[in-house]
Design a binder for this molecule. Structure first.
Ligand SMILES: Cc1ncc(COP(=O)(O)O)c(C=O)c1O
Length: 306
């Protein structure tokens, strides 16, 4: 994202110009990853721009802060309103919103004593995360040589900045090998998730997805898809998934705020199903996009108007 001189960033409750949204090089988070963040999307709907499941994202941000014992200087309501304010201030339509709460400039001991928390929110336009055509054609993935960080070492249900070193290693390796995304296994060798997405299998018309005991981030898109599927009468089994099961699945797809619902057409040379977006994935993806774009009256409650 680049500032054009007009872009504003929300900082502890106030809008500041893009160029002034700076922190010191001795900020605690820069050294130790002591931050928590969210990734949220807003979409254009017939009633104007709306943020998808904003309350759930705000709740997860505050849960993540609690898990890492990062004191929050602002309230959930301020962050909720701040996300909408930053969209309006920057005159954005469909966009990605990035709140971040991080330990700022203070003593640099690993034990964060008297270090202030800074809370910022940025918003900017962002298209399909996994590349042009990925939502229609599906993507090629590889099993990472890196294991997903384990919940005995980190509160993996939280979205902690430092945790993303693990994701960065995995996605970099995947891209360097010519794949779009990595699939990480957990410490037991079961499937966990993508570097920034949850994973679903379609097996004989049902969905299967790993649970929190596989060290996943329980995604808000994952929850949305489970609920949308249920309304179609498609049940989801939440359980451990062995690596080999991926190769025999009828369909695979990723879910995530950035990735939305992205079909997976290959895992390390194994063609999944017909090697393209499968019918169940397409049905859920279509329903997901109708929902986020305000075309499903039954799910209006998931949209926060800007
Ligand atoms: C590691 C990881 N897993 C899963 C997800 C999907 O979560 P959500 O659907 O809430 O965006 C994300 C993205 O936030 C992520 O970074």
């Amino acid at each position: 994202m680049a500032g054009d001189g007009k872009t504003s960033i929300w900082w502890n409750g106030k809008l500041v110009p893009f160029a002034d949204a700076k922190t010191h090089v001795l900020s605690h988070c820069l050294h130790y990853g002591t931050g928590v963040f969210e990734g949220i999307r807003a979409y254009e709907t017939p009633k104007g721009v709306a943020v998808f499941r904003l309350q759930e994202h705000v709740d997860r941000l505050f849960f993540s802060a609690k898990a890492y014992r990062i004191p929050m200087p602002v309230t959930p309501k301020q962050v909720f309103d701040g996300c909408r304010e930053v969209i309006r201030a920057n005159d954005l339509r469909a966009c990605y919103i990035r709140p971040l709460a991080f330990l700022g400039h203070g003593p640099l001991g690993v034990f964060p004593k008297n270090v202030p928390t800074e809370v910022v929110i940025a918003a900017y336009p962002w298209g399909a995360y996994l590349g042009e055509g990925s939502l229609e054609k599906g993507i090629r993935t590889t099993i990472s040589s890196w294991t997903r960080l384990h919940h005995a070492s980190f509160p993996t249900a939280a979205k902690g900045s430092g945790q993303y070193l693990n994701s960065t290693l995995a996605v970099r390796e995947a891209r360097e090998k010519g794949f779009e995304e990595a699939i990480l296994l957990d410490r037991n060798g079961n499937v966990a998730e993508g570097s920034g997405e949850n994973l679903f299998l379609v097996v004989k018309g049902r969905l299967v997805t790993p649970g929190i005991d596989s060290s996943i981030l329980p995604g808000i898109t994952r929850d949305s898809v489970i609920q949308i599927a249920k309304a179609f009468g498609i049940e989801t089994e939440v359980r451990s998934v062995s690596r080999g099961e991926l190769y025999g699945a009828d369909e695979l797809f990723f879910t995530g705020t950035a990735a939305e619902v992205t079909p997976i057409r290959e895992v390390d040379g194994y063609v999944i199903g017909e090697g393209r977006r499968g019918p169940v994935t397409e049905k859920l993806q279509t329903a997901f996009f109708r929902t986020v774009k305000g075309e499903d009256p039954a799910r209006e409650a998931w949209l926060a108007r800007v």
